[in-house]
Design a protein around this ligand. Structure first.
Ligand code: HAM
Length: 416
């Protein structure tokens, strides 16, 4: 028996309805905000993530699925969507059209992490990216989109916001961080000692218990923002107020990817344990330039679909049931079954969902099965019916029956 790789999951027919519901809701909300879908490849040149996500992040240093293809190119399965969408924006000249360019995507993403509840090696994201708008109103609109989706799905999660400034304020802040961490260097993990040299902000993202304790006393970036970044953060709060969105300021959010500037945010649930961040994002005004485009402001987020579903299950958020077929055609014997087979085909051609027996069941067993499927009507064809060219249609909800000629079957069900 060959089993599924660790950290991956099958979505079985009994569960796929929930996925479709979340995906459909996400598409509806994206449309309300004027976003169009973008689809990019599952794999990209590794270089894109080294430059985009950042070569001191855990994602890049430890978690990427990277391999050499037969042409000896280094290829990586996408660990996230933002860098891919940014590449597509540059490569396809989308910067030349009307701005902002507002896009969404639903993707699988791959990270070699230690699997646990809500943390997988293949997971799925609904992501949103807005290119070309630099104001905090765009940040607030992207947050409002995430908030609308979460509310529509019936989730009660908290929004945490922060600003991590621009490269100018980051330089002063990095200096302050280094001063704070210098006396603790010996107590930090090996990764953090490298982070201290290369990218001190990443120290705050360490998952090691020892480092996390030390991090608690570190200076916070909000105290080091330059006047422009401070004004942007104030404007964000004002726009969130205008959108009627509650938030908490959490000066400890730094996010796990290097491209962020100014606004960062996370929606966090208390209902699913340690991996409670269902959605994360922020502004990334330097990314497009970093990967070869003209300087372009941008903001976005991604929500983890598995985590959304976990919260929905944990809190009993309602998920509409999948509908059964409109009609189940039950046949008594071989001849009747053939008629049922042909009629089912006719009904489907008219856009009416229909099923029929493939198991040689008795009519009684076909009724039972149709009930299990949730069929709205069961149409029975026995010997007498076949001879008379009619079927006996029973509405399952109240057992009301009618005789319907084969010739008008499609018309009859189309009206129901
Ligand atoms: P991220 O915070 O790395 O951001 O991932 C976004 C969301 O994906 C997380 O909040 C979580 O719900 C889900 N997620 C991440 N890793 C896993 C995992 N191993 N298993 C299950 N779910 C996971 C990004 O990926 C950015 N690209 C978001 C963004 C878009 N920022 C700007 N635009």
């Amino acid at each position: 028996m060959i089993s599924i790789p660790k950290g991956t999951k099958d979505v079985l027919p009994a569960d796929s309805r929930k996925w479709q519901y979340v995906e459909e809701t996400a598409r509806e909300v994206a449309a309300l905000y004027g976003l169009k879908e973008i689809r990019t490849p599952v794999f990209e040149h590794t270089e894109l993530f080294l430059r985009g996500v950042g070569d001191t992040t855990d994602i890049v240093t430890k978690e990427m699925y990277t391999f050499r293809d037969k042409g000896d190119r280094s290829i990586t399965l996408k660990p996230e969507g933002t860098a891919c969408v940014a590449r597509a924006y540059i490569e396809n000249g989308l910067s030349g059209g009307a701005q902002p360019v507002k896009m969404y995507y639903i993707i699988p993403a791959f990270r070699y992490e230690r699997p646990q509840a809500g943390r997988l090696r293949e997971f799925h994201q609904f992501g949103v990216e807005v290119f070309g708008a630099k104001g905090a109103d765009a940040d607030a609109e992207v947050i409002a989109l995430a908030d609308s989706l979460l509310k529509r799905l019936g989730l009660n999660v908290k929004l945490h916001i922060n600003s991590i400034g621009c490269p100018a304020c980051r330089a002063t802040y990095n200096k302050a961080l280094k001063e704070y961490f210098a006396p603790h260097l010996g107590e930090l993990c090996a990764d953090c000692r490298t982070r201290y040299e290369k990218n001190p902000l990443r120290l705050l993202d360490c998952k090691e218990e020892g480092c996390r304790k030390i991090n608690l006393g570190a200076p916070v970036i909000l105290d080091y923002l330059c006047p422009e970044c401070r004004a942007h953060f104030e404007a964000l709060k004002e726009y969130l107020g205008l959108a009627g969105i509650d938030y908490e300021i959490d000066p400890r959010i730094v996010r796990g990817l290097d491209y962020y500037t100014r606004t960062v945010f996370e929606f966090v649930s208390d209902d699913i344990g340690a991996q409670g961040t269902v959605c994360g994002g922020g502004r990334y005004d330097g990314l497009i330039e970093e990967i070869g485009g003209a300087p372009t402001p941008a903001v976005g987020f991604a929500a983890g679909i598995e985590r959304l579903l976990l919260v929905m299950e944990a809190t009993g958020a309602p998920i509409p049931e999948a509908k059964g077929p409109k009609v189940y055609l039950a046949g008594l014997d071989d001849g009747c079954r053939k008629k049922a087979f042909a009629l089912a085909q006719e009904l489907r051609a008219a856009g009416i969902s229909a099923e029929t027996d493939h198991m040689g069941r008795s009519v009684k067993a076909q009724f039972k099965y149709a009930d299990k499927l949730g069929a709205e009507y069961v149409a029975v064809i026995g010997g007498n019916e076949l001879a008379a060219g009619v079927m006996n249609v029973k509405r399952m909800a109240d057992s009301v029956s009618e005789t319907v000629p084969f010739a008008s079957a499609a018309e009859y069900f189309a009206k129901k």
